[in-house]
Design a protein around this ligand. Structure first.
Ligand code: SAH
Length: 269
């Protein structure tokens, strides 16, 4: 694996947050681009007795990911720290550490841990990330519940994450508020246009796929930057994990294994 991974740094240990902390974050007023406010207890609302706030459950999940081939120490350390159950509905919390995608409402899903680990590992192999030992300035398309954004926040210098479904955007902000993570900016918008105000990006990652990569993503990729996204392969009809590196000689495309992501949609909901 490339570079020496930095120890992921969530600003406070979620594990140590107790019920003495204030209740779960209340909704802040919506703006087009919202800085994540400080707040709250990520363990609030999780059924007690499931042992889900146990560090051990996540250590075992990560051991299984390693067994299946995940290698990036920084990514895996971040996944040990971050409580995935906090990002899904209480009724699904018991399944949060299985390697499965789960519904998050509005027909969308939280990606399964193995694909999240795989995509972040691929991002870390980009030239700029290798040189810096950090994902640098990141653009994420498809915030969903905010789980992957939170991991990115621990592994990058700055994260801009876009979601087109307003209730999910709001929910993700509420979830992320608990992390007191100042490196994540949530944007409500159509991610097919990227996010020009803060371009270029060292790393671009999409959690939704279409038949082509929007030109805006390629334009907003920094020299030495890397993009990882699912993309439909016309020949096979399969959705393939696609990597694009912006090198001096131009854009270099690599196609990897087949994956299953929700469709990249147009406009806003
Ligand atoms: N990374 C997310 C995965 C969410 S699933 C997580 O950790 O939960 C993919 C998300 O992409 C969905 O929430 C969907 O609404 C969103 N999406 C689809 N098309 C989009 C677009 N054009 N712009 C922004 N978000 C989009």
């Amino acid at each position: 694996m490339s570079g020496a991974p930095r120890t992921p740094r969530f600003p406070l240990s979620l594990e140590r947050m107790t019920s003495a902390m204030p209740a779960k974050a209340t909704k802040a007023p919506s703006t087009q681009t919202a800085r994540v406010p400080a707040a709250a207890d990520p363990a609030a609302g999780v059924p007690s007795g499931l042992g889900l706030d146990s560090h051990g459950v996540r250590v075992r999940m990560v051991a299984r990911l390693r067994g299946a081939g995940a290698r990036h120490d920084g990514v895996l350390a971040a996944m040990v720290q971050l409580p995935r159950h906090f990002f899904v509905d209480t009724a699904l919390a018991a399944q949060a550490y299985e390697d499965t995608s789960l519904p998050i409402g509005h027909g969308q899903t939280i990606s399964k841990p193995s694909i999240v680990a795989r995509m972040l590992e691929l991002l870390f192999a980009g030239a700029n990330a290798r040189a810096a030992g950090s994902l640098g300035r990141v653009l994420e398309i498809g915030t969903g519940c905010g789980y992957q954004a939170a991991l990115l926040g621990a592994l990058a210098r700055q994260v801009y994450t876009i979601e087109r479904v307003k209730p999910l955007h709001d929910k993700a902000r509420e979830n992320l508020a608990a992390l007191r993570e100042h490196r994540i900016r949530l944007v409500y918008g159509d991610g097919r246009h990227g996010h020009p105000p803060n371009a270029p990006y060292d790393s671009i990652i999409a959690a939704a796929g279409g038949g082509e990569l929007p030109p805006a993503w390629l334009e907003q990729l920094a020299p030495g930057g890397r993009l990882v996204a699912p993309m439909l392969d016309a020949a096979s009809g399969a959705q393939l994990l696609t990597v694009v590196d912006r090198e001096e000689r131009g854009y270099v495309w690599t196609r990897h294994e087949s994956v299953l992501f929700v469709p990249l949609k147009s406009g806003l909901d």
